[in-house]
Write a new protein. Structure first.
Length: 260
């Protein structure tokens, strides 16, 4: 079932759970939703986040140093779902924490927490049989990453197995802010639409209103991660939620403003 994006373009906000604390993550997520975020991606901190750049790597290190575990992330998901029932909630993780937790147990508890779906960043669709079976059993939506370098055969498989939305990577490489969008993202979204009618969200490097406006021309939603995590890193714990809310409201106002 597609995730509902209540705005055009949709905004997916990534947070590393537990950075700077679990209470702060909850407050930041709720503030982000109230400011215009459609979906919260709750990132499970991991010791070896190979797909992530230095900003999210540092956030994972801080969260792990505070003892944040997968079970804590699911608890935060439950609290966000209870407080903001209409928002989308995605659990974003590397595979190893899920395997250590136990895949069936994770699926059961993620569903009970009210998560809409799961994105496992280092799990390719060709090796996802057990994971897909658990997603189907519990009614969770698997979200897969599609890259500009993905061949058509893989894109077709990603499109056919994804639910909620398809996550299109705007460029090859790791997460992190970039100065401008590349043409790779628009071409990738066009290819995905050959096999899927699901919403397509574009991420990796989206960091300002100009990027969001560019994404809106060819995709359904933009994913903002490193820019938000860096904002949290620079803020005091008490100020982080307000800073994130102002940033998201600024994006919304800038994208909605008529061109002059």
């Amino acid at each position: 079932m597609p995730i509902a994006f209540h705005h055009k373009p949709g905004l997916v906000v990534y947070l590393t759970a537990g950075d700077p604390s679990l209470d702060a993550t909850r407050a930041i997520a709720l503030a982000a939703i109230d400011a215009g975020a459609d979906v919260i991606e709750l990132g499970v901190p991991f010791s070896d986040p190979l797909a992530d750049g230095p900003v999210i790597q540092r956030a994972s290190e801080r969260a792990l140093a505070r003892g944040t575990k997968l079970g804590d992330v699911l608890k935060i998901a439950r609290e966000i779902r209870a407080a903001r029932p209409a928002a989308g909630v995605i659990i974003f993780s590397y595979l190893n924490p899920i395997l250590r937790y136990g895949l069936p147990r994770f699926a059961d508890e993620a569903k009970a927490a009210g998560a809409d779906g799961v994105l496992v960043t280092d799990l390719i669709v060709e090796e996802a049989g057990d994971y897909l079976a658990e997603m189907a059993r519990t009614g969770l939506g698997p979200v897969f990453l599609a890259a500009p370098t993905s061949p058509d055969e893989r894109l077709e498989a990603i499109a056919s197995h994804s639910q909620g939305f398809v996550y299109a990577i705007s460029r090859t490489g790791i997460t992190g802010k970039q100065n401008s969008m590349t043409s790779d993202a628009a071409a990738l979204v066009a290819r995905i639409r050959r096999w899927s009618t699901l919403p397509v969200a574009v991420g990796f490097g989206i960091s300002n209103a100009q990027h969001v406006a560019q994404v809106a021309e060819f995709a359904d939603a933009a994913v903002i991660g490193s820019a938000i995590v860096e904002l949290i890193e620079r803020a005091t714990p008490d100020a982080a939620a307000g800073d994130v809310a102002r940033f998201i409201k600024g994006l919304r106002l800038a994208v909605a403003a008529p061109a002059r």
